[in-house]
Design a protein around this ligand. Structure first.
Ligand code: PRP
Length: 183
């Protein structure tokens, strides 16, 4: 689905499909160089990171395994509470591995802060973070994020894995959702 297919639901496009692919290509080269000769494991956080993981991996100039976690924030409403429950844990034992967490977006930072602490407690060789998007103005906790695709404004964005009520994940671009859709 392209932005023009759902023009009435969107306010503006932040990152086009082409911009996303170009940036992921750059990041993949940096990641590959950084982990050269090391036991790298890419860890995606369902569901939003599905697109980023698929495209980042295909931009890597060599083979690396992936694993997945699914988490849910406790509490009501749409905002992260920072208290996280694991719905699906990793299949792999990450002891001694270099873990790269792959995310679609860091909003408040609360989810990733918890996930990083949780994975760090399992004796990996290292834990780093790559996120396609980051909203600096929404941060509630500071997270050391090694690779960031794009910093974006604090707006309700959808597409490229990001949803509103499970919709819009298949939009090829990242765009701000029009308020009439959710208000
Ligand atoms: C999104 C996103 C991050 C989290 C970021 O996931 O994928 O995991 O929110 O928010 P935070 O920085 O404020 O903690 P969501 O809970 O919407 O689930 P989803 O990936 O299944 O869409």
């Amino acid at each position: 689905m392209d932005a023009k297919d759902i023009e009435a639901d969107l306010i503006r496009v932040h990152c086009t499909e082409e911009q996303i692919q170009t940036r992921l290509g750059e990041l993949a080269v940096e990641v590959w160089d950084h982990y050269e000769g090391k036991d790298l494991l890419l860890v995606g956080v369902l569901k939003g990171a599905v697109m980023v993981m698929a495209d980042l991996m295909r931009h890597l100039p060599g083979s690396a395994p992936m694993d997945w976690m699914a988490v849910s924030s406790y509490g009501s409403g749409t905002k992260s509470s920072g208290v996280v429950r694991i719905l699906k844990d990793l299949d792999a034992d990450i002891t001694g591995k270099h873990v790269l967490i792959v995310e679609d977006i860091i909003d408040s930072g609360l989810t990733l802060s918890w996930i990083r602490a949780n994975l760090s407690s399992r004796n990996p060789a290292s834990v780093e973070i790559l996120t396609l998007l980051r909203k600096p103005d929404a941060a509630k906790v500071e997270i050391d994020t090694r690779w960031v695709g794009f910093d974006i404004p604090n707006e309700f964005v959808v597409g490229y894995g990001l949803d509103y009520d499970e919709g819009y994940r298949n939009l090829r671009d990242v765009a701000t959702l029009a308020p009439h859709v959710y208000s």
